[in-house]
Design a protein around this ligand. Sequence first.
Ligand SMILES: Nc1ncnc2c1ncn2[C@@H]1O[C@H](COP(=O)(O)OP(=O)(O)OP(=O)(O)O)[C@@H](O)[C@H]1O
Ligand SMILES: O=c1ccn([C@@H]2O[C@H](COP(=O)(O)O)[C@@H](O)[C@H]2O)c(=O)[nH]1
Length: 236
Amino acid sequence: MATYKRILLKLSGESLMGEKQYGIDEKRLAEYAAQIKEIHEMGIQTGIVIGGGNIFRGLSGANKGFDRVKGDQMGMLATVINSLALSSALVAAGVKARVLTAVRMEPIGEFYNKWKAIECMEAGEVVIMSAGTGNPFFTTDTGSSLRGIEIEADVMLKGTRVDGIYTADPEKDPTATKFHDITYDEVLKRGLKVMDLTATCMCKENNLPIIVFDMDTVGNLKKVMQGEEIGTLVHN
Ligand SMILES: Nc1ncnc2c1ncn2[C@@H]1O[C@H](COP(=O)(O)OP(=O)(O)OP(=O)(O)O)[C@@H](O)[C@H]1O
Ligand SMILES: O=c1ccn([C@@H]2O[C@H](COP(=O)(O)O)[C@@H](O)[C@H]2O)c(=O)[nH]1
């Protein structure tokens, strides 16, 4: 039984690499598409934002001598590449999918607006909102919170490679312990870096709950949608 009518799913670009060092792992892509198909078949309206860290990040480009704004634009284009790949995998799995872009680039994708996104989801399409916010100095976490609020999602799901929010980065600190749930204020006070702080603030101010969970384990997305408490819930 689905507990949510409409969701915003944020996928990690880095996770899309799978076992690779760079780019897109076809197996991981197909697994993501299959998981999304499962919840789409439950009747859940699904909006998606995907990161670009498997291809390019503006900040790392700045370290290599790129102008920061151009680097961020390259990063936003990286999210468009991932979005196109995901839409292609979804269509191959038999799911109608559409890519909208935060920067005009027809015919690659239609220019995003809230009403178009909602109309398409209500008509049974999975909508992938690409190019982040369209502005430099942001991330796709912030793009996700923005789009989640705009499309009036019931929840923002951050599907990543860790299974929730910990007291410290679990990939660096083996003594870190996991939160079952946590308030936005506590995430901000502790400076927990699983999501950027701008995104957390936006969700707090607009009362959009966040669930952080491990998307790389097949079947988890459906479990979260069925109400299984396998990740960490962030709430007021
Ligand atoms: N307190 C914490 N709890 C859980 N994870 C944390 C924490 N602090 C840092 N992290 C790290 O945050 C990462 C999750 O970020 P993730 O890779 O999904 O997003 P991202 O960097 O925005 O991805 P992309 O930009 O590629 O889309 C985890 O892999 C984890 O190592
Ligand atoms: O609104 C946005 C979103 C993203 N960017 C740039 O893209 C890369 C990739 O996004 P990730 O969230 O890191 O996966 C990001 O590092 C920024 O450089 C942006 O400028 N504006």
